[in-house]
Design a protein. Structure first.
Length: 474
């Protein structure tokens, strides 16, 4: 796989390449150029050149390229999903969901094209009149993680490009190939050279030069809190705009008026999706006293039958974790829960995994103490900690006791309980009787240490344009 820069496809200046590992067997899944500062400089320059032409195109023309890209992504969804599974690990079914989700995001931005350039005029009797235009920012930068690379890339590409900006995007070195393949589809759909530039490389060599670059006007970052703090410090030096999405520790509150068997099934499916490696995965399951015992009994039974295996095997409900580091952090978190006195129940049918894969059987933790460390730190993997709550107020208190504030869900048939929780829960998005649903029509982003700024919805217009006022004296 090649980088995408002005001349469309190119190798890194150093000529070095990085091997991408298949998390199911530890074998090479492909290789990509190892990008560095010189490549970032070249990409930013190409994006600056392209900006002059791209930013003055009618938005409907930009929209056409997104319609066309979405159609091609849908047509080639199986091919793209296979690339994603072999580098990221998720089951093909989920990879295809993600690829089709990216197509839906491009369709949303194509359809939103007419909203983008709408400025307004104002008659000001003492001053003449004012023309208030919405202008794109210029060259933008995006940095994305490995967990949902295609979908997160689509959010950032869609918003930046439809508003007339050009983009330098750096995917994670743990899953860059499907994003490159989407970029290539966009080129085939008529995207002019230099509008989207994809630099593959690690955070230090390729990420740092991008966030520090003086000609980049905005960074949209999705990743961990520690890296996010670093990005905030570095971008402040050049006064860049910044959007940060730094993960979540989402509570899923289940009230005692719900059917425990149905809820156990929902909790399991949601939490094991993408092997739990999703920012909005329900990471703390808070269950009201009345159904706690029956809920956990059902969950334990369901967990035993979970099939973990290679994502390309249609029988696998869950794939491996993406890399050794994330598996180590999940193992550490489970050990901490054990030390705190929680009961650890191992699920999963399989015990024998390929030696070099990053497999990890799902875990159920009951009897989680209220002051457990899980409230402080998100567990980025297939662990279901079940926390007992006396009543709804107690559940809301536990839910809010975290530095994160990305998403939260409340499951009940009682509309006043749903309303009370929706008001009191501290998160950027609240779901009632659902979780993890992120249609591109609604804004997405967190509060507290989950970050700031919003993606999608109509928020993208403010995030990627700025107003310019022209005041005319008659
Ligand atoms: O994240 P990083 P990683 C959490 C999750 C996970 C942990 C670490 O808990 O276990 O973060 O994951 C780039 N300058 N989330 O290591 O390091 C990096 O190359 C510029 C939650 O993947 O934050 C990658 O492209 N860029 C999260 C991106 O930042 C730098 C999803 C994210 O990497 C950089 C993923 C630097 N100095 C992980 N250093 C969520 N929001 O859901 C790294 N990068």
């Amino acid at each position: 796989m090649q980088m995408m820069i002005a001349d469309q496809f190119t190798e890194s200046i150093s000529g070095e390449r990085t091997r991408i590992i298949n998390p199911a067997d530890g074998k090479p899944a492909g290789e990509v150029p190892k990008g560095g500062k010189e490549d970032v400089d070249r990409a930013v320059m190409a994006a600056g050149d392209a900006f002059r032409r791209w930013s003055v195109l009618p938005t409907s023309r930009r929209g056409m390229i997104f319609w066309q890209s979405a159609a091609l992504i849908r047509r080639e969804a199986d091919r793209l999903a296979l690339i994603l599974t072999t580098e990221q690990g998720k089951p093909l079914r989920e990879a295809k969901d993600e690829v089709l989700g990216a197509a839906a995001v491009f369709e949303y931005y194509a359809g939103s094209a007419s909203l983008v350039s709408a400025g307004y005029t104002d008659r000001l009797p003492r001053y003449g009149y004012g023309i208030i235009q919405r202008r794109p920012l210029g060259v933008c930068g995006a940095i994305i993680p490995w967990n949902m690379p295609v979908l997160i890339a689509a959010w950032k590409i869609g918003a930046a490009l439809i508003t007339g900006n050009t983009l330098v995007l750096k995917p994670s070195i743990n899953a860059p190939m499907a994003v490159l393949a989407v970029g290539e589809v966009m080129i085939r759909s008529g995207l002019p050279p230099g509008v989207l530039n994809i630099i593959t490389g690690n955070g230090r060599d390729a990420g740092d030069p991008l966030i520090a670059h003086p000609d980049v006007r905005k960074i949209s970052f999705t990743g961990g809190i520690e890296t996010g703090e670093h990005v905030a410090r570095v971008t402040a030096r050049t006064i860049k705009r910044l959007t940060l999405e730094l993960g979540g520790n989402d509570p899923m509150i289940i009230c005692s008026d719900m059917d425990p068997a149905m809820m156990a099934d929902a909790a399991l499916r949601l939490r094991l999706y993408n092997a739990g490696q999703i920012c909005t995965s329900p990471k703390r399951i808070i269950v009201e006293e009345g159904i706690y015992d029956t809920f956990t009994t059902h969950l334990e039974r369901l967990l035993r039958d979970v099939t973990v295996g290679d994502g390309t095997d249609p029988g696998s409900m869950m794939g491996p974790l993406n890399n050794a580091e994330v598996r180590r952090s999940v193992e550490d978190a489970v050990q901490t829960l054990r030390d705190e006195g929680a009961t650890i129940i191992r699920g999963g049918k399989n015990e024998e995994f390929p030696k070099n894969g990053f497999f990890y059987n799902p875990v159920l933790c009951t009897g989680v103490p209220e002051d457990s460390r899980i409230h402080a730190e998100e567990i980025f993997g297939p662990v279901l900690p079940i926390i007992r709550a006396d009543d709804l107020d107690d559940a809301i208190g536990i839910a809010n006791d975290t530095q994160y504030g990305l998403g939260a869900s409340i499951w009940t048939r009682d509309i006043s309980a749903a309303e009370r929780a929706s008001e009191a829960l501290e998160a950027g998005i609240i779901w009632v009787n659902q979780h993890m649903k992120l249609p591109p029509e609604v804004p997405f982003g967190g509060i507290k240490k989950s970050g700031f700024g919003r993606e999608n919805g109509l928020a993208f217009i403010d995030a990627y344009t700025e107003e310019k006022t022209i005041l005319i004296n008659r």
